[in-house]
Design a protein around this ligand. Structure first.
Ligand code: HEM
Length: 299
């Protein structure tokens, strides 16, 4: 499948907000993680005089849903008609893509969407979307689940052969073809292969603070994480709870207490080893001290 040449231009239009046949705008799309709840997919096959197509609408149940609109014969105007349909359903489009097959008129329009009040679409709303898209053509529909993966499953994908997967919040992403093109280098991104990238991105905040890393990531989504990391409640239930967050790229030999060393991939980043990547050798929890109160007496 090759991305259509006009895709980038189209995406810019989508991100700026759609202006469809009736000139109205829909909300500016944002890229967010989808929810881990089980999802339903509605699939419909239909045809009319202009095109033969199929449509899948997957509900993530939480923060986003995915709609795949497959057409056997793409035609000018179909995209704006479909987006108008979604807009009339008061569905926010966070991301949109079109992929085509080489030497074929077939195309797949993919929309990552959220419901008007935020979140993924309920089964009822999916049915409404299906019915609305059927205004473009008529046909039959099927339901199937949206892929749900556990962290353990993600951890089995760390090589080009098995596919390189990562998770972020409650989403699962196949980054195999992106790894070579990562602006921060292949070595760095491979530190997170098969793992959650959340702790890495807490360190390398340029991914979330600016630029298009989140949007890029969303284009590689393949499913939802069934066991996403829990937000810390801040409650102190163990002596190690207040230990600082360590650089996730370190090689951990022990967590409580923390013993870790610097991997070679990070060694040459700086001649002066930055504090966060110094080797760590603890025997106890890190003491909690108030810098204002703390006094060191040397006798
Ligand atoms: C898996 C999905 C990832 C995506 C889609 C991604 C995407 C990007 C993008 C778009 C940039 C350029 C940012 C900018 O300058 O605006 C970037 C830079 C960078 N990334 Fe990633 N990244 C990913 C994972 C990681 C991981 C896991 C690490 C760390 C282990 C990492 C480390 C870096 C570093 C060090 C830079 C260079 C920052 C700089 O030179 O300013 N990235 N990444």
């Amino acid at each position: 499948m090759a991305f259509r040449r006009g895709y980038e231009a189209f995406l810019r239009t989508v991100r700026a907000g759609f202006r469809g046949a009736h000139g109205a705008r829909c909300a500016r799309p944002q890229i967010l993680g989808a929810n881990a709840a089980a999802a339903a997919v509605l699939t419909c096959q239909y045809s009319n005089q202009r095109t033969i197509s199929s449509c899948e609408a997957s509900a993530a149940g939480g923060s986003s849903s995915i709609i795949r609109f497959r057409v056997d014969s793409d035609r000018p105007g179909l995209l704006s008609e479909a987006t108008e349909v979604l807009k009339k359903q008061q569905i926010n489009i966070r991301d949109a893509r079109i992929s085509t097959e080489e030497a074929s008129p077939r195309a797949t329009h993919v929309y990552i969407v959220e419901d008007r009040g935020g979140g993924g679409l309920s089964d009822q709303r999916l049915a409404e979307v299906r019915a609305a898209l059927q205004q473009l053509a008529s046909g039959s529909c099927e339901a199937e689940p949206w892929p749900l993966f556990s962290s353990e499953e993600v951890s089995k994908h760390q090589t080009p052969e098995s596919g390189i997967w990562v998770s972020y919040k409650d989403g699962v992403y196949d980054i195999t073809s992106f790894v070579q093109n990562h602006p921060g280098g292949k070595d760095k991104i491979m530190l997170a292969a098969g793992k959650a990238i959340d702790p890495f991105w807490r360190i390398y905040q340029q991914h979330t603070g600016r630029g298009n890393a989140l949007e890029l990531l969303e284009t590689m989504r393949i499913g939802d994480l069934s066991d996403p990391p829990k937000e810390s409640s801040g409650a102190c239930s163990c002596p190690y709870d207040s230990d600082p967050e360590r650089h996730p790229g370190l090689i951990f030999h022990n967590n409580k207490p923390c013993n870790a060393e610097l991997p070679s991939e990070l060694m040459m980043d700086s001649w002066l080893t930055p504090n966060p990547v110094w080797f760590i050798r603890h025997h106890h929890p890190v003491p909690v001290v108030d810098p204002e109160e703390f006094r060191l007496c040397i006798e």
